[in-house]
Design a binder for this molecule. Structure first.
Ligand code: GLC
Length: 741
């Protein structure tokens, strides 16, 4: 390269560094224009090319090409590399390129980095937005200290189908709650903003409607009306964008026949148009190239053209952009302005992340060491975990366990450390720092009070362990039986057609119950399972999901009564797979089902099954009880710009201090389109000491009554609305009616 150009480049880049240090709030458009003006088409294509990079072991390694590509400025981002030392080395390689444009480093930090938090579906059951935000914040502090500046999270897909393994990654079935949680996670990851060194870019995924895959089969087609898309599936994405999410990720599915990676409707019309999103869109893993098997692109060149023109800015592991964009622009099939817009979006984030100012700012080994060993992080994980636990049954008030009882902890998940991490946990060679249930029980109840037997495997058909398990149960005062799925049965490409307890676990439960000993069932899973015999025959059941690094301690906190469970389900539990999809905010139909009896009299439903879910959305018990009373509306008439105060009293009428999630649902009784029998529109999680009462006030305005009408206008229509206050969607305690006029 001519000396003169290098000199100009040096002047330019030093101007960039100086300017950006002193003008954090100033936009970077001038700097971006300057860099863009120096870039060749190949370098521009390079910025839009992202590769997965396990650490290269040398020139012969498969990454050999990738390292060369980095050095030649043909890669804009890498992922699946972590650790400040490794990241620094790769950044140094990138700075050997002609323009020295730094790399972005991404990773799937979905529910924790080194400190693993509960799976997101479990976290959502806490209904505790602050705790959820803190969980993401802790993950960002740890990840950013390890060289990362981008997480491919939060996953904000609404999911109504537990056969879909990725239901574990989201916030369940409800749009209102899912939108609040999406925003909380984005804020947690991005913290004080991109300028701060402990912020990582968030990535709202998978855009869009991935959770509505046909049959719950991962990657499968999605077909729905635009109205349904806008009312149910898009709001969490919009909430993420409004919260400032730096990036979005395409979903694998086709939506109404158009693969999301090639959907200008989703990306140009809605995301970058209506929502004025100024971040960038990364494809999912080779999802651009996958438009070929979709039958939407003829070859990788065609895929690159369709995707770039539709608004997909970065090609993750697809190699379509790297190999074709230069030629597509030269031949006028991709406009230079579309290419430059994509590159500009990527460069903007690199400037905002401070990477031009200091490409090594995320690679401080001292900060890394400190972040990885912060006891506050474990404390936050334990708090999040116990708040995520849902008490499904406690009929005989067996819980909390009494001190000094001899406990037999039995089951295939009782000693597992790996499984406690759940799907999409960051992989570490050594998970010995995970507190298993056995370890948590030893700590809390004392080794002398604890017996153990595995009983059986998760999926293993062998009953050889039953005898020992029965003997162990008989030697104890109470049995805690830890059953469920293995973590490998959750997450991506893990759809299940049968949601029952795998293997011979149900047989084990029956054998242990036959001993006559009192039994507490722990169900470990990343989704709603079908466990009717257990649910109907065991009086004490706790849903413990996958609770992460502090699983054992959190479960012991709840079983001992040190923490009174407060979790509430955010997804409906089906009675069997035939009932799916099942969700609480369904339409009434012209022949509404009788919820708790098999269908008859020509009503909708099944003749061989009750219509209600096994456990409903918003459901979860406490060791105490809560009474709701004195529902008062400040008015029963709501004007266009008015607000009604809905006030009630909640009393803790039991013997334990506890927390209650008070839920507000509405129903539009008559509208220009049929409306759900109820919709969550607000909630408050309150703490009450035993015997204490509190006034709870909600505000209802027209926004809470609005929906997309047939013309896709967001409107509140005049008429009557039921306002319902419940302890779950199926446990409405108080109800009133207002008129919107
Ligand atoms: C996967 C997932 C996506 C993830 C990406 C990178 O296929 O669909 O959620 O972020 O690849 O690992």
């Amino acid at each position: 390269m001519k000396t003169k150009t290098i000199f100009h480049l040096f002047i330019l880049l030093s101007a960039i560094f100086t300017a950006s240090i002193h003008s954090q709030t100033k936009s970077y458009e001038k700097q971006i224009d300057s860099v863009l003006s120096l870039m060749t088409l190949e370098e521009k294509a390079g910025q839009l090319h992202q590769v997965s990079l396990s650490w290269a072991t040398g020139p012969a390694s498969p990454e050999g090409d990738k390292l060369k590509d980095i050095k030649e400025g043909k890669i804009g981002s890498v992922f699946n590399i972590r650790g400040s030392e490794k990241v620094r080395a790769l950044q140094e390689l990138a700075l050997q390129s002609r323009l020295k444009i730094p790399l972005l480093f991404g990773l799937d930090v979905i529910h924790g980095f080194k400190t693993t938090f509960p799976i997101p579906l479990a976290e959502s059951a806490s209904w505790d937005l602050e705790a959820i935000e803190l969980a993401a914040r802790v993950a960002a502090v740890e990840a950013s200290a390890s060289g990362l500046n981008w997480t491919f999270a939060p996953m904000v897909d609404i999911a109504r189908d537990p056969r879909w393994g990725r239901i574990m990654e989201g916030a369940g079935e409800d749009t209102y709650l899912g939108s609040l949680i999406a925003a909380a996670r984005v804020k947690g990851f991005q913290g004080k903003g991109f300028g701060s060194v402990d912020a990582v870019m968030a990535c709202a995924k998978h855009y869009a409607a991935y959770g509505a895959a046909t049959g719950g089969r991962d990657y499968n087609s999605v077909d729905m009306s635009e109205r349904m898309l806008r009312e149910i599936y898009l709001p969490p994405f919009k909430a993420a964008a409004v919260a400032g999410a730096a990036t979005f990720m395409n979903s694998f599915n086709d939506l109404n026949g158009v693969p999301a990676s090639g959907s200008a409707f989703l990306m140009r019309n809605i995301l970058k148009g209506e929502w004025n999103f100024n971040g960038f869109v990364v494809s999912d893993w080779a999802s651009i190239r996958e438009m070929i098997p979709h039958g939407f692109a003829e070859n990788d060149r065609d895929a690159a053209k369709l995707a770039l023109n539709a608004g997909s800015d970065m090609d993750m592991e697809g190699y379509c952009y790297r190999d074709n964009l230069k030629d597509l622009v030269e031949k006028g099939e991709v406009s230079l302005s579309n290419l430059d817009d994509a590159v500009r979006r990527v460069l903007r984030k690199k400037f905002e992340m401070g990477l031009f100012e200091d490409p090594f700012r995320f690679t401080d080994p001292v900060r890394e060491e400190k972040a990885m060993n912060n006891p506050e992080h474990r404390k936050a994980a334990r708090d999040m975990a116990r708040k995520s636990i849902v008490l499904l049954k406690n009929d005989d008030e067996l819980l909390p366990l009494k001190n000094g009882q001899k406990i037999a902890l039995i089951g295939p998940l009782a000693k597992s450390e790996d499984d406690m991490l759940g799907g999409w946990a960051v992989g570490w060679d050594d998970n010995s720092d995970v507190v298993s249930q056995f370890e948590g029980f030893e700590i809390r109840f004392g080794k002398q009070n604890l017996l153990y037997s595995k009983g059986c495997g998760v999926s293993d058909p062998s009953k050889d362990g039953f005898e020992d398990a029965i003997k162990t149960a008989k030697a104890a005062d109470v049995v805690v039986l830890s059953i469920g799925e293995s973590r490998s049965m959750n997450g991506e490409a893990a759809s299940r057609s049968n949601l029952g307890l795998p293997g011979v676990q149900e047989d084990l439960v029956k054998e242990i119950m036959a001993t006559g000993k009192p039994v507490v069932i722990l169900i470990n899973a990343g989704r709603p399972l079908v466990f009717n015999w257990v649910a109907d025959n065991v009086p004490t059941i706790v849903y413990t999901w996958w609770l992460g690094s502090e699983a054992g301690n959190a479960i012991a906190d709840v079983l001992s009564g040190d923490y009174n469970p407060s979790g509430k389900l955010t997804v409906s539990f089906p009675r069997n797979e035939g009932q799916i999809p099942i969700y609480y905010n369904h339409f009434n139909t012209g022949r509404p089902s009788m919820q708790d009896i098999p269908s008859k009299d020509y009503r909708t439903g099944y003749i061989d099954l009750k219509q209600s879910s096994k456990f409903p959305f918003g459901y979860g018990l406490s060791y105490t009880s809560f009474d709701y009373s004195n529902l008062v509306f400040s008015s029963d008439r709501l004007s266009k710009d008015g607000v009604i105060d809905v006030t009630l009293t909640v009393k803790n009428s039991g013997d334990f201090d506890g927390e209650e999630v008070v839920q507000l649902y509405i129903r539009d009784l008559v509208a220009s389109l049929v409306r759900p029998v109820k919709e969550l529109k607000d909630f408050k999680k309150i703490s009450l000491k035993s015997g204490e009462s509190k006034k709870v006030t909600f505000k209802v305005d027209k926004e809470k009554l609005s929906f997309y009408n047939e013309k896709l206008d967001w409107v509140a229509e005049e008429g009557k609305f039921d306002i319902m206050i419940g302890s779950s969607s199926a446990d409405i305690r108080l109800k009133g009616t207002i008129v919107y006029e």
